[in-house]
Structures are given as structure tokens and as C-alpha cells.
Write a protein that binds this ligand. Structure first.
Ligand SMILES: CC(C)(COP(=O)(O)OP(=O)(O)OC[C@H]1O[C@@H](n2cnc3c(N)ncnc32)[C@H](O)[C@@H]1OP(=O)(O)O)[C@@H](O)C(=O)NCCC(=O)NCCS
Length: 186
């Protein structure tokens, strides 16, 4: 099988609503997130409009690569979202990521994670990245560990997944070397 083309990472726009609906509704993706069945382009267009509004701190990225006909296809989405409105939690953001089933295991998730961590560390002055992941999502847990996330605890019976309550793990990554203002130069 030919090696898949490398992905390009760019900021999401409202025009990506069909791709979000397709990926979030993918049977290899939807159950692993807190999404619900029967998503729609319309719902994602509204959600993207809200999240991408001026002044919002959210970062939404997509990964795209040429499909078999050479047209660009969005194969992954990822985002950072403020952890909440509290001023004292401004250093923390929640991370989400999803790769289309047919593109999983080909480096797309790693490329998106690299982009999110670089943004958090070098531009967004985010000191703490947080997420929750279902306890049996081995691939995602391995990916997060590779990017410096550590287990912080288990939430029991956290969410209903296909008729059963499933535990999630809380994971977080602290900035490996928080930038300082060098007063010696000023
Ligand atoms: C989890 C997810 C984001 C990872 O993205 P991806 O593009 O598949 O990941 P990559 O190809 O970049 O890397 C996957 C790595 O996990 C490894 N891996 C694959 N299956 C694995 C498994 N069952 N257990 C442990 N590691 C596994 C691969 O070998 C690869 O490691 P390598 O780069 O050292 O070879 C993607 O699979 C996905 O979207 N899954 C469904 C949605 C989801 O689970 N989102 C996260 C919810 S918290």
C-alpha cells in the first residue's frame, strides 16, 4: 500500500462543518468521544460559528491531505478549549482530538498533537493541558503519554457509551519549560 501523503495542519473554518460531521459521526470515532449519534452538518456549522467567534480563546485545527483523486480531504480535527471561566484557571485548557477511521494509525494524530503542544507552549501561554479518555482507549492513551501527559486519576462510571457506563482517566501535561521574562536584558 502507498505511504499516505503528509498532512497539512491549518485552522478550522465554518466551511469545515461537513468534515466535522463526517469525522464525529464515524463509528470508529463517535463512541470514543462524548459525541452523540445523529450529528449533522448544520449542528457543526452552528458550533463552529460559536467557537470561532472573535475574542474566543479556543483553537480549532484540522489536518488535511490529498485523497486518491488529489483533492484535499480533512482527515483529523483537534482543539484546545478554555478549562472554564475562572480567572485563576486561565493557564489550563482542555484538549480534544479525533482522526477519521480510515486515517488512524498513520501519524495524523501525532501531527495534530505536536501542533497543539507547540501552540500551547510557544504562543498560547498555556501551562496545563487537560483531557479525559476512556480507560480502554489504548491508542489514545499511548499517544498522550508520548506527548508528556500523565495519569491523574479515574472517574468511575463517567459516561454512557453504547448502553454501559464506562470509566475515564484524567490526564494532564504541564508545560515542560515555562517561559520567563528575562529582566537582565531590559
Ligand atoms: C487516538 C487518535 C487521535 C490517535 O491518532 P492516530 O492518527 O491514529 O495516531 P498516530 O498514527 O499518530 O499514532 C498512533 C500511535 O499509537 C500506536 N498504537 C496504535 N494502536 C495502539 C494500541 N492499541 N495501543 C497502544 N498503541 C497503539 C501506534 O503504533 C502509533 O505509535 P507510533 O507512532 O509510535 O507507531 C485516533 O486514533 C483517533 O482519533 N481515534 C478515535 C477518536 C479518539 O479516540 N480520540 C481521543 C479521545 S480522548
Amino acid at each position: 500500500m502507498a505511504t499516505p501523503a503528509p498532512v497539512t495542519i491549518r485552522r478550522a473554518t465554518q466551511a469545515d462543518a461537513p468534515a466535522y460531521a463526517r469525522i464525529m459521526g464515524d463509528p470508529l470515532v463517535m463512541p470514543t468521544l462524548l459525541q452523540l449519534p445523529y450529528t449533522s452538518e448544520e449542528a457543526w456549522r452552528a458550533r463552529l460559528a460559536e467557537t470561532l467567534a472573535p475574542g474566543k480563546a479556543d483553537l480549532l485545527l484540522v489536518a488535511e491531505r490529498p485523497d486518491a483523486r488529489g483533492a484535499m480531504e480533512v482527515v483529523g480535527t483537534a482543539g484546545l478549549h478554555p478549562a472554564g471561566p475562572a480567572v485563576r484557571r486561565r493557564h489550563a485548557m482542555h484538549l480534544g482530538i479525533s482522526v477519521a477511521g480510515h486515517a488512524q494509525g498513520q501519524g495524523v494524530g501525532s501531527a495534530l498533537m505536536q501542533a497543539l503542544c507547540d501552540y500551547a507552549d510557544r504562543w498560547g501561554h498555556v501551562l496545563r493541558l487537560e483531557l479525559t479518555v476512556f480507560v480502554d482507549n489504548d491508542r489514545a492513551i499511548a499517544l498522550y503519554q508520548r506527548f508528556g501527559f500523565r495519569h491523574e486519576g479515574v472517574h468511575r462510571g463517567f459516561a454512557l457509551r453504547d448502553g454501559a457506563y464506562v470509566d475515564v482517566i484524567s490526564m494532564a501535561r504541564l508545560h515542560p519549560a515555562p517561559p520567563r521574562i528575562d529582566t537582565a536584558l531590559s
